[in-house]
Design a protein around this ligand. Structure first.
Ligand code: CA
Length: 308
């Protein structure tokens, strides 16, 4: 009997305990369900809102370019309105992608696309082939635009470009070298450079004084892609040079047995042992090459309706 009573009590305890749990469960479940339902509704509302925002008010649009190059941008503006210097997006004729460049709109009538600038030594020009090809640096400061982009600009149909090299010395004198009919061959020819007639006050360092210094028609070289005409080596100031790039602080240029120009050379630092620097050795003072503080290389369409 006791056993039965004990058994009954156990059953009763289990039953009520189950019932209690069930009662408790019943009292919790509806509120949890409500919270879950509410959260699910919120998630759905947020999803719908995100979908509307992405798809309806902001449809994907291709990047708009301001023009084909800085000359095109300058010419497409009103004659009377002043186009400011700065960073613009260009898409040269015949290319399928737009990119940014710095346009100089104040220098000599404006319309210049800057392809290289050295002003403060903030950017290291010791770079490999791939970086000289794609470009590096800060467009509003020191930079190399990149061989591929320069090629796309000067390779446009029915255009002809002038290259301007603007130099400034450490004692704040300035000089320039200008070349008409500047163009380059493509990457399969290592961006071989072609320069027309020279004009200017800094001398024609691209061609130099001797045939072996002439960099016109030379392919581009870096420390990892060697087209510099020193094969296996050339003798410069009595020493054997195998790579002009390595000799010049691993910078890239259209070297020819090194030659008299390298505007990508390292900046001259007073205490530096590096003897490489921005080089334009036909600009001389008292028979010595002038020490160069800053330089920029810029290109403009040769046809200019406003400045004939
Ligand atoms: Ca070599």
């Amino acid at each position: 009997m006791i056993q039965f009573c004990e058994f009954f009590l156990i059953i009763q305890a289990v039953f009520f305990s189950a019932l209690g749990m069930s009662v408790l469960g019943d009292s919790r479940t509806p509120s949890l369900n409500a919270v879950v339902r509410e959260l699910m509704n919120k998630v759905q509302l947020l999803n719908a809102e995100a979908w509307r925002n992405n798809v309806e008010p902001f449809p994907l649009k291709p990047v708009q370019s301001h023009g084909q190059d800085c000359s095109d941008i300058r010419d497409s503006f009103d004659f009377d309105s002043k186009t400011p210097s700065g960073i613009y997006i260009i898409q040269p004729d015949g290319t399928d992608y737009p990119f940014e460049v710095f346009c100089e709109m104040d220098y000599m009538g404006g319309g210049w696309t800057v392809i290289q600038r050295r002003i403060d030594g903030n950017i290291d020009f010791n770079r490999a082939w791939s970086e000289y090809m794609d470009g590096f640096g800060d467009l509003s400061g020191e930079h190399w635009l990149g061989l591929r982009k320069i090629f796309h600009i000067v390779n446009q149909k029915n255009t002809n470009f002038r290259l301007q090299v603007a130099l400034e010395s450490c004692d704040d004198t300035s000089a320039y070298a200008s070349y008409d009919n500047f163009w380059m061959e493509d990457d399969s020819r290592f961006f071989k450079i072609h320069l027309g007639r020279y004009a200017g006050s800094a001398g024609d360092a691209f061609r130099g004084y001797r045939q072996e210094d002439n960099q016109n028609s030379m392919p581009f070289s870096t420390f990892d892609i060697d087209n510099d005409g020193c094969s296996p080596f050339c003798t410069i100031n009595g020493s054997a040079v195998e790579s002009c790039s390595t000799k010049n602080n691993k910078t890239g240029w259209w070297f020819n047995q090194c030659g008299m120009a390298n505007l990508n050379g390292g900046l001259l630092e007073p205490d530096s042992s590096i003897n490489s620097h921005i080089q334009w050795d036909t600009w001389t003072q008292n028979g010595m090459a002038v020490t160069i503080k800053s330089v920029s290389m810029k290109i403009r369409r040769a046809y200019n309706p406003y400045f004939k």
